[in-house]
Every structure is written in C-alpha cells, then in structure tokens.
Design a protein around this ligand. Structure first.
Ligand code: NAD
Length: 342
C-alpha cells in the first residue's frame, strides 16, 4: 500500500489527457490539493482537480503561473500520439515538447518546487536493440549509447538529462518514469493519436461479427501493455521513492499485435479476421520492459494482465463508439477545446 503522506499542493500537467486525468483523480482521493493544467479539459469525464488552468504550457509565463505555490509537480503534458502520429510530425512534436519541458522544469526550479516527476517513454531506447520481435527486455542502462525514436524519443531523452542536470546543479529532486504503452478507459481512441489497444478496440467495436479489421504491419511485431491503474500506482510510488535515475514503468508480458487483436476480440465476443497492411507504420519490431530495477527499488511492479485490463477498456470504447454513431449524440462528454497551433 502507498504511504498516505501529509496533504500536499500538487500540479499535474496534461490533466486534460489520459494518464494525468486518472492521476489527478487518484491524488485527490489521497487527500491532496490538486491543480490541473492543460490546453484542453478532459474530453470524456469531468476533472476532479481543485483548480484547472486551461493554458498552453509552451509559454513560460503559463508555466510560472501553474507551478506557483506547488510542493510537487507531475509533468505529463506532451504532444504525443500513436506510431502513425509520432512518425510523421518530428519537427512539430520536437518543438512543442522541448518548449513545454524546458519551461516547466525551469519554472518549477525557480518557484522552489520540492520535487518534479517527468513522464518519459520507452521510445528513448535505441532502435538497434529492437529489431527482433523476440526482443531482450530493455534495461534502464540500455538507453546509451543512444539511437532513440526520431523526434519524440530524442526529445524525451534530452529532457531526462535536463532533469538530471537540474538535480546536480540546483538540488531540485527529480524523478523520471519511462512508460511502456499504457491503455485503459478514458484514453484517446480515435482521431489519429490513439495507440494500438485503443485503435484495435475501436475497430472491433465498429465491426460486425465475422468481419476482418485492418492491422498495421504484419501483426508479428511485439509490445508489452500496462493498464492505467497500474500506471497511476507506479507513478505515485516512484515519486515517493528515493530513486533519482530513470525507471521503466510497464509490464513484461510480451504479446504480438495479432495476439492483442485476439485478446480484444475475445473481450468483445466477436469472431474477428485480420487484414494486414504492411505499408502502414509499425514502429520498432519488438519492445519489452525489464522490470528488475523497478522491483528492486519499489518492491512492486505492474500486475494487471492484458486479458484482464482489456475488458473494461473494450467495454468503455465500445460504449463510446455506440454513443457517437450518427444520431446517437455524445451524452456524458465534455467538448474538447481546440489546442492552438498543434
Ligand atoms: P495524452 O495525449 O492523453 O495527454 C497529454 C496531454 O498533454 C493532452 O491532454 C494535451 O492536450 C496536453 N498538451 C499537449 N500540448 C500541450 C501544451 N502546449 N500545453 C498544455 N498541455 C498540452 O497522453 P497520455 O497518454 O496521457 O500521456 C501522458 C504522458 O505520458 C506524456 O508525456 C507521454 O509522452 C507519456 N507517455 C505515454 C505513453 C502511453 O502509452 N500513453 C507511453 C509513453 C509515454
């Protein structure tokens, strides 16, 4: 069980998005005072934050306003999406995330924030270690020598080092978490930024029994997937730990994308065929998390199996899909506020 530490004032950036919205809810349940910040409100649920700043965090003044009076910052805001999005927008993603990350880390230090957690990604790992679907799980020290995912991954690796420098030069406590594919209810499931579990759930929800759905790549590429509840638990545990180096946060349950499709199909109760499209981006061939250090540092690791976590995820996405069918309306959702220039 997590320590229920004294009530703190906590900023959660990206709180209009998937992971940070769930995190803000959990921090509220723990009794903390929470300020959310994002260019948009949560799309599928009301925020539980005590205060919500709807601001562009690429702007330093907005970062200064967001960190004011805060004890801790969980910095999750990022311009991100699935492989289709991050492989086609290198310049825009790199500029947006660099501005946001540099300004947020510097603003937190200037405001005397005690601790900042930065959400990095498994995309920092070298591509040359991920050519085989039967991949060796990635250990934290494998990040160097570096050959990260272009744009998105390179910028994440840069900000990891920035956090280290702010600790060394200014004594600001930083924590760095490398997420491996997170999924669950209230995550983006359409529009081009969704990731594989959400995209596959949407396609299956829209398919009839016996239909075939399109799969990006040959379906043999491998990944591990972490359910949102494990992700939030891990983030808070890592923030509370004494560990200053980057840590993997993911499961080591490796599946092929074809297996993921079969697991979602099983949850849906439909028989689903597969049409592979190898002209579509598929990212690295294989990626898995080595959780040895996570276990050593926290005495804990994500434990929710994909087959378990997919059930509520599929159920939520299929509910959204039926609500959004023409004529069905969008009951229970808040309209997203358009993000400027993104
Ligand atoms: P998300 O897209 O749902 O949330 C990110 C939020 O950042 C969005 O709500 C977006 O509006 C906000 N944002 C973007 N630009 C902004 C700006 N200029 N100013 C203010 N807010 C801005 O993504 P998520 O899946 O919740 O990811 C959260 C964090 O975790 C990100 O840093 C992401 O890079 C990292 N991550 C996620 C995964 C995953 O599988 N979901 C994997 C690895 C890393």
């Amino acid at each position: 069980m997590l320590n229920h530490s004294p009530k703190k004032k906590i900023l959660v950036t990206g709180a209009g998005g998937f992971i940070a919205h769930h995190l803000a809810c959990r921090l509220k349940e723990m009794g903390h005072w929470v300020r959310g910040a994002d260019v948009k409100l949560p799309e599928y649920s009301l925020t539980k934050a005590d205060e919500f700043l709807q601001v562009d965090l690429r702007d330093r003044d907005n970062c200064d306003a967001a960190v004011k009076g805060m004890d801790e910052v969980y910095h999750l805001a990022a311009d991100m999406g699935g492989i289709g999005y991050i492989s086609q927008s290198h310049a825009e993603i790199t500029v947006n995330n660099t501005l946001m990350d540099v300004n947020m880390v510097a603003a937190a230090q200037a405001a005397g924030v005690k601790r900042l957690l930065y959400s990095s990604s498994a995309c920092v790992y070298p591509q040359f270690l991920q050519h085989d679907p039967d991949v060796t799980p990635l250990r934290e020290e494998d990040a160097f020598p570096a050959q990260p995912e272009e744009g998105y991954g390179l910028e994440k690796l840069y900000t990891e080092k920035l956090c280290q420098y702010f600790t060394e030069d200014y004594g600001m406590e930083t924590r760095v978490v490398r997420f491996h594919n997170v999924y669950g209810p209230l995550g983006t499931y359409d529009g081009g930024r969704e990731k594989a579990p959400a995209a596959i759930s949407r396609k299956i929800a829209m398919a009839r029994d016996g239909d075939a759905i399109e799969i990006w790549g040959d379906g043999k590429q491998t990944r591990s997937f972490m359910y949102i509840d494990d992700c939030v638990e891990g983030i808070i545990r890592i923030m509370q730990s004494d560990h200053r180096e980057p840590l993997n946060l993911g499961t080591d349950e490796l599946v092929t994308i074809d297996e993921l499709v079969d697991i979602v199909a099983e949850a849906s109760g439909k028989t689903i065929g597969k049409r592979h499209d190898t002209s579509k981006p598929q990212g690295v061939r294989g990626r898995n998390s080595d959780n040895s250090r996570l276990r050593q540092v926290l005495g804990w690791e994500p434990a929710i199996h994909l087959r378990q976590g997919i059930v509520p995820t599929y159920s939520w996405i299929s509910g959204q899909v039926s609500e959004r069918r023409p004529g069905a309306g969008t009951a229970g959702t808040i309209a997203a506020v358009a993000a400027p220039n993104r």
